[in-house]
Structures are given as C-alpha cells and as structure tokens.
Design a protein around this ligand. Structure first.
Ligand SMILES: N[C@@H](CCC(=O)N[C@@H](CS)C(=O)NCC(=O)O)C(=O)O
Length: 225
C-alpha cells in the first residue's frame, strides 16, 4: 500500500499534517474508485490517498478486510468510520462538502433528482454493464459465460443509453444547469463501453456530455493515478 496526499491534502499539509485530515481514500487507478477520486479532486478538500495493488491482492489483506470486508476499492475512512460502496461515498461527500462547492444539489427535490440518477447509474445501468462483462470477459471461466446473456445485456445497455440520451436532450449536465456529482457517478462508464464493443455513436447527447465532463482538469488529475 502506498500513501500520498490528495491535491487539497498537499495544501493542507503546508500547515502540518497533524491538522485533522479526516479523509483517507483507498483506491486503485482505472477502477470503480476513480469516481470517488474524481469527486475528491473536484472538491479540493484535504485527503490522504492509499493506492492498493489489486493484482498483488492487497485488497484481501486482513487489515484491509477489517475495514472493507468486501475486499474491494473504493473505501473511504471518514471521521474514523469506514465507508464502502462508491455510491455511498459519493453521497456522503456530496452532502458533507459538495453542496457548498456547487457540486451537489441543496434543495430536497433537486437532491431527489440527484439520488434518482445516481441510483440508476449504480443499480440499473451498472447491473446491465456487470452482466455484460460477466458474460464476455475472458477472465471469467468460459463455462460460466453465456453469449445469449451477453446479447441480452448489450440490448439492455442500448436501451439504458437511449434513456440517458433523452434525459440529456437540451441539457449540458444531468441534474440542474451545472456539473455535479451526478455526472461524475455515470459519465466515466461510457468510454469504457466502446472498449467492449458497445456502439455509443447513436447517442449524440451522451457523447457530447461525456466529452464535456471528461475535459475537466480534476478528471485529468485522476488519470495521472
Ligand atoms: N459496488 C462496488 C464495486 C467495487 C468493485 O467491484 N471494485 C473492484 C475494482 S473496479 C475491486 O476492488 N476489485 C478487486 C477484487 O475484486 O479483488 C462499488 O461501487 O464500490
């Protein structure tokens, strides 16, 4: 495990690392943890980063399993409490810091819109994506993969992309008029689809929105690992 300071953390560290830095983020580059990493970079709050080597199995070490029994990233220790599941972490960060920074809605109804899309991304869209990958990637045993199930998942993903495309009609961002954690929670999955042979070109609103979101400097920092 290698520890570093997040961008905001480096700023805070100038005043001494002993100042309460109550966010410790466990991640691996280019994984589900990237959304949380992106959110932290957008917020610019102090945080400590701990990079896990998944290939070496660091996520299955007993000291890590004691914090996240799922043995997966992301994990955030906030105010001494471990939070697993990327969606839960984004919601926590959104409520704690995001509203003040203009990255998470303030009013109840706008928050309901945010929750709605973030849950859709993690559950509805995410389930179809997982099903597709589970039935196509050769890291899963061939006898456990079904071309028929992969085909159904691909159709489901296209239907979900159509819903997203419609939601983005005439809009720059998914909820409200500005970029938010809602966009962070879904946009990174889209370029990933192309790499697995899912054609995103019939959904121009989605493509334009993804390009807009991924052009942000905070995202570029996340890509540095
Ligand atoms: N639903 C979880 C999924 C987390 C997840 O699947 N993480 C993967 C990386 S994308 C992982 O840590 N895999 C390591 C392993 O399974 O050993 C979340 O969103 O936090």
């Amino acid at each position: 495990m290698s520890d570093t300071l997040g961008r905001g953390g480096a700023t805070r560290a100038q005043g001494g690392r002993s100042i309460a830095m109550d966010l410790k983020f466990y991640y691996a580059p280019m994984t589900s943890a990237s959304r949380v990493h992106w959110a932290l970079e957008e917020l610019g709050v102090p945080y400590e980063k701990v990079k896990l080597d998944l290939a070496a199995g660091e996520q299955r070490k007993p000291e890590y399993l004691a914090l996240n029994p799922n043995g997966k990233v992301p994990l955030l220790i906030a105010e001494g409490r471990p939070i697993f599941e990327g969606l839960a972490i984004l919601l926590y960060l959104g409520e704690r810091f995001g509203t003040e920074k203009g990255l998470f809605p303030a009013s109840n109804l706008d928050r309901a819109d945010a929750f709605k899309w973030m849950a859709w991304g993690a559950v509805t869209f995410g389930e179809a994506l997982q099903r597709f990958l589970r039935n196509t990637l050769d890291r899963f045993p061939e006898e456990e993969r079904s071309p028929k199930s992969a085909e159904v998942a691909k159709k489901d993903l296209a239907a979900h992309l159509a819903i997203l495309n419609e939601a983005l009609e005439g809009k720059e961002y998914l909820v409200g008029k500005t970029f938010s954690f809602v966009d962070i929670s879904i946009a990174p999955a889209i370029p990933f689809l192309g790499r697995f042979g899912i054609d995103v070109s019939p959904f121009p609103n989605v493509n334009a929105w993804v390009a807009r979101c991924l052009a942000r400097p905070a995202f570029a920092r996340v890509m540095q690992g």
